[in-house]
Write a protein of this length. Structure first.
Length: 726
């Protein structure tokens, strides 16, 4: 029995839990409020994709259409039933020997998804057998998903359910109407599991987190069920969807399902809802919608400030079925697979966005506008706590844009504590990400970054107020790639005032970046105008005409007309098809026209444009305040005598070993001894860092002309080996 039940409704991710309920549970722990959390999505998936689940599914009265693929899958139903438990166990990481059988062929039944099979030898090599098998098993599951969608439940999707009902739903009418219909096949499974959990936990309050439109329908179904079966229990909704979409809520029918809907940071609003249950009068709320005297009211009458990030506690992943999440690989691209493959503990480095200027982004909302970083020591403390709890050392920092300075401090703290972790995050392609900083991040366990290149056009990047140029992005992605960190680029087309020529030129920029190997993965999305972005708030400044609808329910995506009159939709297929090929390292020689079935202009971008960006040298000057860090170990030293023209002097050879190579440098003995002592001082294990100026003063206390020494060949060798300027 617990005070609170936290629910993530179907569906978000297969491989790792969405972190919202873990964040709230971690906070409730600090208040000694007992809570139990469930990811209803993964529980439904495991129920559905099991021997018993598929047996029931294929026996379910359904219309097997004339589609050959559906007929084939239905004909092979016994093969699916016989193999499903073994495949799911394999994708959970519990049945690794099955990989050889999967890869050998004639084990998995194959539907239409296998017709677009990648060149597996090229993609995975001869020994990448686990990933190859995961990819094949993913196609097998996607065939089953196609069958479910066509024959049983049209709303099904692995990472969303009935998403259409949650998209741009200015009115509650359609969603409300669907909620009066009979339960769908997925609904039935979901609510059976929910009923078991409700009886097990016996909560006083149920909090349902709705991060995306694809969770909304299921959230209402869960709340509807609770109201009917457990009418004494209160329900509340929070999360990313209400935070962005339900800020203008007016429809009181929503409160037939939910007692409360909270906006923005959930900690204080939830605490006040819990506290209010003990009160008859003088109830205080924080950013909460509720029904009062049969009218929708928004209450924000508490003067208590929101909790600082240092006060909200460590996310708590207990109760979740961490051993039962399944890793899938949809396409054969190592960077792209991070979103679906592997268990990642989710954390945030900072609340909000330190940049907060991009004109397509909801920068007027608190979750982006209010920037508050977490101290590096606190963050790494939380990482250690989560590792102890989950046994997993992989972290995905889900920031809007992780701040470079904080990433540096986190990396240093990880290295000082000698933690072995793997982590990745979202960034802006800041010029702060020098080659040396990227090497430091890599040494701490950073494996990948994703960031917005958006429209690869300097004119449009300035209009977006992205604060970067294409040249800068190229140099930064090169720095990450050369350090061994993978890079994913978010790409945009159809931004207001974008011309056809700019779309073509953006594609050419992207093609060159992939051909040079400085991008490993990407995704094109069409510009969407949102109500809380500068474009949505001031459309006339961006040359767009919004279609204004009455808002009684959701308000985020706004339909609009671009004054250019260009139909950007027609570029979608060609942009995505070309990118799919580029991500597989092929088709760079194709003309851009080959990707489109309509006439496009020739690109105006020179074929060596990105190469020329990368050839421009950064300034060699080192700032006096720059931190000097040594991430290598102590050298082995050997003294010897060098003679020339009758003169002799003592030299010292310093031999450095790391995991992959050995490097040797030779210096005069006295300078070598100073350097050995300096490297100990500069070691990443030291709490106190040393600046370039401090190092210069130390050197010149004994010798002359530090710059001549610093830019000498031996030090240049160490700079390439682990002597970093950050």
């Amino acid at each position: 029995m617990k005070d609170i039940l936290l629910i993530t409704p179907p569906f978000t991710q297969l491989n790792t839990p969405y972190p919202a309920t873990a964040y709230i549970k971690g906070f409730l722990n600090t208040k000694n409020i007992s809570a139990f959390q469930i990811d209803l999505g993964i529980e439904v998936i495991l129920e559905l994709f099991s021997k018993e689940g598929l047996t029931t599914l294929f026996a379910h009265p359904s219309s097997i259409s004339h589609l050959p693929n559906l007929q084939r899958i239905y004909s092979l139903r016994q093969d699916y039933i016989n193999t499903i438990d073994a495949v799911i166990a394999f994708l959970k990481g519990k049945n690794q020997t099955l990989a050889r059988q999967i890869c050998a062929g004639n084990f998995l039944p194959e539907g239409s998804r296998f017709e677009q099979l990648d060149d597996l030898e090229y993609a995975f090599g001869s020994m990448g057998i686990q990933d190859k098998a995961k990819h094949l098993a993913t196609l097998y599951l996607e065939d089953l998903s196609d069958f479910i969608k066509e024959a049983v439940d049209e709303n099904f999707g692995f990472s969303r359910y009935a998403e259409r009902l949650g998209r741009s739903a200015n009115s509650f009418d359609e969603l409300h109407s669907h909620l009066q219909n009979e339960l769908t096949y997925i609904d039935t499974i979901s609510l059976q599991i929910l009923e078991e959990r409700m009886k097990q936990v016996q909560p006083k309050l149920v909090l349902i987190s709705v991060p995306f439109p694809g969770n909304l329908y299921s959230a209402f179904r869960c709340a509807q069920f609770i109201k009917k079966q457990f009418p004494e229990i209160k329900t509340a909704m929070g999360g990313g969807f209400p935070n962005t979409e339900l800020r203008d809520l007016k429809d009181k029918r929503v409160f037939e399902f939910f007692d409360f809907i909270t906006l923005d940071d959930g900690e204080l609003p939830v605490q006040l809802i819990i506290d209010n249950e003990q009160l008859v009068i003088d109830k205080k709320y924080k950013r909460t919608f509720l029904l009062e005297k049969n009218e929708v009211v928004y209450k924000n009458n508490s003067t208590q400030p929101d909790y600082k990030q240092s006060e909200v506690g460590t996310p708590d992943y207990s109760d979740l079925l961490l051993e039962d999440y399944i890793s899938v690989i949809e396409i054969a691209n190592p960077m792209h697979s991070l979103w679906s493959d592997g268990r990642w503990n989710k954390l945030t480095m900072a609340h909000g966005c330190y940049w907060g200027k991009c004109t397509f982004c909801d920068i007027s909302l608190d979750y982006i506008k209010l920037y508050e970083p977490i101290a590096a020591k606190t963050l790494v403390d939380r990482m250690e706590e989560i590792i102890a709890q989950t046994g997993e050392t992989g972290f995905h920092f889900v920031d809007e844009a992780a701040p470079p300075a904080l990433m540096r401090e986190v990396a240093l703290e990880i290295l000082r504590r000698k933690l072995t972790v793997s982590w990745w995050t979202n960034i802006r392609f800041e010029k702060s990400f020098t080659g040396d900083l990227c090497l430091l991040l890599k040494a701490s366990g950073c494996i990948a970054v994703s960031g917005g290149l958006e429209v690869a056009s300097d004119r449009l990047l300035e209009l977006i107020q992205k604060g970067v140029t294409v040249e800068q992005v190229a140099q930064v992605t090169r720095n990450f790639t050369e350090s061994g960190i993978m890079v994913h680029a978010y790409l945009m087309y159809g931004y207001p005032t974008q011309t056809v020529q700019e779309t073509v030129d953006s594609l050419e920029m992207v093609r060159q970046m992939f051909e040079l190997g400085i991008l490993q993965s990407g995704f094109w999305h069409q510009f969407a105008m949102t109500a809380h972005s500068p474009v949505g708030l001031f459309p006339e400044e961006f040359g767009v005409i919004p279609e204004i609808n009455p808002i009684t329910f959701a308000n985020n995506d706004i339909q609009f007309k671009d004054k250019t009159g260009i139909n950007h939709d027609k570029f979608s297929f060609g942009l995505k098809k070309s990118l799919f090929n580029f991500m597989h390292g092929i088709c760079f020689e194709y003309k851009l026209q080959d990707w489109f079935d309509f006439k496009i202009p020739t690109t105006t971008i020179p074929s060596d444009y990105i190469v020329s960006c990368l050839e421009r040298e950064d300034s060699l000057e080192t700032k006096p305040s720059a931190k000097i860090i040594w991430i290598g170990g102590p050298p082995i030293t050997r003294t010897y005598t060098k003679s020339k023209k009758g003169n002799s002097w003592e030299m010292m050879k310093l031999t450095f070993h790391d995991k992959r190579e050995t490097v040797e440098i030779s210096l005069e003995k006295d300078k070598a001894e100073w350097l050995v002592n300096a490297l100990e001082l500069l070691s990443v294990s030291n709490e106190k860092t040393t600046t370039f100026l401090q190092l210069k003063i130390s050197f010149e206390n004994h010798f002359e002309d530090f710059e001549l020494f610093w830019y000498s060949k031996p030090i240049k060798t160490l700079r390439e080996y682990g002597l970093l300027v950050i």
